[in-house]
Design a binder for this molecule. Sequence first.
Ligand SMILES: Cc1cc2nc3c(=O)[nH]c(=O)nc-3n(C[C@H](O)[C@H](O)[C@H](O)COP(=O)(O)OP(=O)(O)OC[C@H]3O[C@@H](n4cnc5c(N)ncnc54)[C@H](O)[C@@H]3O)c2cc1C
Length: 449
Amino acid sequence: MVDVIGGGILGLTLAYELLKQGQSVRVWERSATLGGLMGRTSFPELGHMSCDRYYHAILNSDRTLMGLMDEVKLRDRLKMVSTKMGFYHDGRSYPMTTPLEFLRFPPLTFVDRARLAYTILACRQVKDWRQLEQMPVADWLTGLSGERTVRHIWEPLLRAKFDGDFSQVPATYIWSRLVRTTDTRSKGKELMCYLPNGYQELVDALAHAVSTRGGTITTGATVDQIRVVGDRVVGLSVNGQELSSDKTVITMQTPIARRLLPPEAANVSARWGQLEGYLGIVCMLLVMRRSLTPYYTLNITDQRIPFTGVIETTNLISPRDAGGYHLVYLPKYVAPGSPYARMGDDELQTTFLGYLRQMFPDLRDDDIAAIRIGRERYVEPLHPIGATDLIPPVASAVNGLYLANTGQIYPQLTNGESVCAFARGVAARVAGQQINASAVGAIALTASS
Ligand SMILES: Cc1cc2nc3c(=O)[nH]c(=O)nc-3n(C[C@H](O)[C@H](O)[C@H](O)COP(=O)(O)OP(=O)(O)OC[C@H]3O[C@@H](n4cnc5c(N)ncnc54)[C@H](O)[C@@H]3O)c2cc1C
């Protein structure tokens, strides 16, 4: 029996893959609903319209995810759309989807633009990411793109993504990001995919597949502690009730996972604690009566604006799938101690709306039908320069105890594709298959590259 703790996309994909390998599986999820960060939020004041709590795109290059959707019979539901990207710079929005639009971006000279194009090409030529993990991202980008491009494009983007401090971010970050985003480009267009009811459709289909294969899923079930005797897992305590278990996989973020470890597993806790930094997020969702921008993503390089971007997901998904409304997300990544993380909802709403009005002076109160503020403490795992060897291993020093979370996915970025590929690799590991890779991060890389 394998116990999987956490019913997010990682836990559910893992459970499904374990069942395919002939294992018996139980999934325990603390919330009343499945999906974790990929779940939905509903608006009783708008006739119970529901939408994704956060924005989640699927790329047409997400091979593992597409394969999984084939298996759970969702592929026909997937829609592909050509989307647009923009940059908000110096008080104006600029389209930046096509190569020609890039070439017209005002703050860059012709040489800067050529070097930017060269940076993207150079990324795709990198064969060994290990050489990039020791290098500060800003140094690497300055060498490739030049100082002006770093100052006008890369630095503002990095500052926004890492809440101001990217001094410890290795070059692998931008490399992974550029390789993934250029995979969405076809003939100068950006192609993205979506399911009409969001990732929740995949979550529900996976849950159904787990149940049909004999696995059990229990919601409202908080795992309080893992039980360890000697060097073995013997069980777990769920809602205060003790259960026996041979193998347990914790899928929550490392700081939460460590809280479940008993004193007998102090060595495991110390090992996992070697790398457990995460950025959190505050994200304001506006349900609007009209569209705000033509872009799926409007990146912000204007330092006066605190949020990372303006993400209008109804430029990807149809407004029909959002009750006829337009959905605009304003995310702000927050380091621990960020004033934005501490701000109350009312103050945050007033602050963010104030900045949004600076960007869009014609925005009116009655354009906005509803607002939700989402907050998450552990979202973006941090992998500082040269820290790859500190990533916690999947199999721990306690027999039968495994950790499988987004913090172990590296050098890829955390997204649905990398999470599902990783879960598949972990399932093979837990089920005892021989796999030819020293770190499961490498499994995810192989599966998605
Ligand atoms: C704003 C934002 C934008 C994003 N954009 C994208 C995107 O465009 N594309 C993309 O693919 N990804 C995106 N992501 C990332 C994506 O949401 C995550 O990578 C993914 O959802 C992580 O899934 P998970 O299962 O690892 O973790 P989670 O979703 O956090 O699941 C963990 C689960 O464990 C449960 N749990 C916690 N403690 C216990 C306990 N003690 N007992 C039992 N259960 C417990 C939680 O309730 C939760 O359901 C985005 C995330 C955010 C926040």
